[in-house]
Design a protein around this ligand. Structure first.
Ligand SMILES: Nc1ncnc2c1ncn2[C@@H]1O[C@H](COP(=O)(O)OP(=O)(O)OP(=O)(O)O)[C@@H](O)[C@H]1O
Ligand SMILES: [Mg+2]
Length: 435
């Protein structure tokens, strides 16, 4: 007889486990399928129509960290696949230390893989055979393939030698063009979509380098008939990559910027997750978190869905069952265990994130975060404000900002014209002050 499944505390809400995963959605995945996607209808239609109307296209999508950029492109790719375009769940990262050869090699490899994944029989075609040799040589030299969305966040840059065969840029463009001709000529595909991602993991200098790379590779890499490019990153990064050089700007559409999901859309996002993660299909599911607690966390995390979901994942489980059961109003059926409320959730997260901060940061940095929280946690501040708040020189503030940003305690707000860069505390930092 099979053993019964062990109960988890989530079962009290008729849930099989935590519904608050933070990974992007993937078509066909058991728990993370695109059936969970909400909102963004306008952006999807807009991106898709632009692409449909062109033989080849280059679009850029910008937005704050965690706002849902990668997931939007996943959805778009699902739709475009149904429309007859070739695409895969992989994305092509930019990597610190990239050279024109290494980036071109990665793109060629991604095009090759995309064709192979969608049309395995095409492997015998002369264009595919030529590409295969080149991709093999490149990968052996660099160890770098594209990364599946499963591996997003993995850092390819560590320990990877980025020297590709030097003749790649001599023969490669022709090989890529032949591949694209094959896509268009020998089967029904309308084109091929590539997803260039991870600009967010690059430092300012590397972003400018990415802009230079696209400039130097524009004709051989970006401008092939049938090839559609989707470039994704934080707002400032995509602006810099697309707009630094006129030659790149002239072939890209102006970046589409993603706004945070609306409040009701976030509630809907959670509701579909609860429904999908139900334990007993015939029984109703009850929300594990009080809607007012979600609202307050949304204020703290702004549009950062990833941060919000992580806080819920981190905080809710340990609070389940701790709130006193309310006395049921006459006639109303209340769940046996009430949803977790703001008070207990805030306390749990405050303790947890303070402990994490003291593990990640030294005492000086931790004190700087506390000073910011104590004066006004929701304020945006530039370097000059912080020199005053922390009583430090510009150089020292700059070092502090870089470190705090790297550990996810602050984010740079998108630049406004020539104004100095303003920084804000992330939700993770603000929770340390309680909500
Ligand atoms: N429209 C949406 N519908 C449902 N879930 C979404 C939507 N957008 C984002 N999510 C969820 O929010 C989380 C973060 O989304 P995603 O990884 O796409 O953000 P991102 O902007 O690419 O983040 P990063 O800046 O870290 O790359 C994921 O768990 C994803 O499933
Ligand atoms: Mg992403």
């Amino acid at each position: 007889m099979p053993l019964p499944q062990l109960p988890t505390v989530w079962n009290v809400y008729n849930l099989r486990g935590s519904p608050f995963f933070q990974d992007t959605l993937i078509q066909g995945h058991e728990r993370r399928s695109l059936d969970l996607f909400v909102g963004r209808r306008k952006e999807l239609t807009d991106l898709r129509q632009y692409l449909h109307g062109r033989d080849s296209s280059r679009q850029a999508i910008g937005g704050a960290p965690g706002v849902g950029k990668t997931t939007l492109v996943q959805m778009l790719k699902g739709q475009l696949l149904a429309d007859g375009y070739l695409t895969t769940d992989s994305l092509v990262p930019f990597v610190t230390g990239d050279t024109p050869e290494s980036l071109f090699g990665r793109v060629l490899g991604a095009v090759y893989d995309t064709i192979l994944a969608n049309r395995p029989m095409a492997g015998d075609h002369p264009a595919m055979q030529a590409a295969q040799q080149m991709v093999r040589a490149t990968r052996l030299a660099t160890g770098g393939a594209g990364i599946s969305v499963m591996g997003v966040g993995g850092n390819l840059s560590k320990g990877v030698t980025l020297s590709s065969p030097k003749d790649l840029l001599i023969d490669g463009p022709r090989v890529l063009r032949d591949l694209m001709n094959m896509v268009r000529a020998t089967d029904e595909a309308r084109g091929l979509l590539l997803h260039l991602n991870n600009l967010e993991s690059l430092s300012g200098r590397d972003v400018l380098r990415a802009a230079d790379l696209l400039q130097s590779l524009r004709d051989p890499m970006l401008l092939h008939e049938g090839l559609h490019i989707m470039l994704v990153g934080t707002t400032d990064a995509v602006h810099a990559v697309v707009n630094t050089h006129a030659q790149v700007r002239s072939v890209f559409r102006a970046p589409v910027l993603l706004h945070p999901l609306q409040r009701d859309e976030v509630h809907a996002l959670l509701q579909v997750r609860y429904e999908q993660w139900k334990l007993q299909p015939q029984q109703p599911v009850s929300a594990p978190v009080h809607p007012s607690a979600i609202d307050r966390l949304l204020d703290v995390f702004q549009g950062d869905l990833r941060g919000l979901l992580k806080a819920l994942d981190d905080g809710v489980e340990e609070c389940i069952g701790l709130a006193a059961a309310p006395s049921a109003a006459a006639g109303a059926v209340s769940p046996a265990v009430p949803p977790v409320g703001l008070a207990e959730l805030s306390r749990a997260l405050q303790t947890r994130y303070a402990a994490i901060m003291h593990g990640e940061l030294d005492d000086v940095r931790a004190r700087q975060i506390h000073q910011w929280i104590d004066s006004d946690p929701s304020a945006s501040r530039n370097q000059k404000d912080l020199m005053a708040l922390w009583d430090l020189s510009q150089g020292t503030v700059s070092t502090a900002l870089a470190q705090l940003q790297e550990h996810g305690y602050i984010v740079a707000r998108p630049r406004q014209g020539r104004q100095p860069i303003a920084y804000a505390l992330t939700g993770k930092a603000r929770l340390i002050g309680g909500v």
